[in-house]
Design a protein. Structure first.
Length: 58
């Protein structure tokens, strides 16, 4: 969506039950959930790291 030398902005849309491939963030990042729903975040071993909703996003 937008990128310069200081920031990179992406937009990712997921369908219900859709998963992203395992990945990690090498630099500081911020994620924003714009709609109600449930997002599960898992560690590399598959264990659930945390559950996130639109009103409780960290």
């Amino acid at each position: 969506m937008f990128e310069n030398e200081l920031v990179r902005v992406w937009q990712v849309g997921l369908d219900r039950r859709e998963e992203l491939p395992l990945h990690q963030h090498e630099v500081p990042h911020l994620a924003m959930q714009h709609t109600d729903g449930h997002l599960g975040v898992a560690d590399a071993d598959g264990s659930r790291a945390r559950d996130v909703t639109a009103d409780s996003f960290e």
